[in-house]
Structure formats: C-alpha cells, structure tokens
Design a protein. Structure first.
Length: 144
C-alpha cells in the first residue's frame, strides 16, 4: 500500500466518519483521485491498475483508508473495472441513487468518507448476485 503521509485522514484502522470540505480534500488527494472521489468521475475502462489484479489481500479507499473489499470477493467481469461481489462489511459502503446520464443506477460510496467509488449492478456471481464496479484510482491494495 502506498504511504499516505500527506493525508491527515488516511487510516486503515480508524472507522470514525470523515467530514471535510472539498477544498480540504483537494489539498491532499491526487488530481485523478479527487476527480473520482469528490466529482463522481470515472476512469476509462480497462486502464485501471486493479482491473486484472488478482493477488490476495485487501482493497482500501484511497481517500481515507477504509477497508472496502477482500480479494476473495473479486472476480473477472470483463466490464473494464475491478469487480467485487461483496463488500468487506455492510457499513463499508453507502448506496445512493444515481439518475445521471439518463440512467438509473446505484452509486456506491465509501462508508467512512463518502468518496465516490463506482456503481453496483445486479448481474454479479453467487452468492450475492451483485457486481460492485469500482474505479482503480480510488483503491489502494495491501497484500496478505
């Protein structure tokens, strides 16, 4: 996992809510991470560093360090983004209706800092039948 020395809210074991302004986020998030996390952007499909990544470990929110997904919940969906069928805990993810771009989708956000992560769809594998389609830019990974 990349060190987060310049990010005062980054912690992989602090589960307290993070509520800071976008101006504050802008001070320490890289431009691409800020765009996705705070402006609900997306990376181009098949370009993310974790799209074809299947090492064992844990995926964390790159904005705040919140644990999001275990590698054993990751699967190859061929959609162009890292895909998972189950979050690490129920509270690690927040669900928000997203009706942008003429579509009805469910946005997923970090349960700790409300960073935009991606979307969840009901076309995933068992046991959940869900596909959490997540931007690599907003993920950090720590191997087992």
């Amino acid at each position: 996992m990349e060190p987060k020395k310049n990010n005062p809210v980054y912690s992989t074991n602090d589960n307290s809510q993070v509520d800071i302004s976008n101006d504050e986020w802008k001070k320490f998030l890289p431009k691409d991470a800020y765009h996705i996390a705070r402006e609900k952007g997306t990376e181009r499909p098949f370009t993310g560093k974790y799209n074809a990544h299947f090492e064992g470990g844990t995926y964390y929110c790159a904005a705040c360090g919140n644990p999001l997904f275990k590698s054993d919940a990751k699967f190859e969906s061929s959609c162009g983004w890292p895909s998972f069928f189950d979050p690490i805990t129920k509270g690690s993810i927040i669900y928000t209706p997203d009706n942008a771009h003429g579509m009805q989708r469910t946005e997923v956000q970090c349960g700790r800092c409300k960073a935009h992560l991606g979307h969840v769809f009901e076309d995933g594998p068992p046991p959940t039948g869900l596909r959490y389609c997540i931007n690599s830019v907003i993920l950090n990974f720590s191997p087992l």
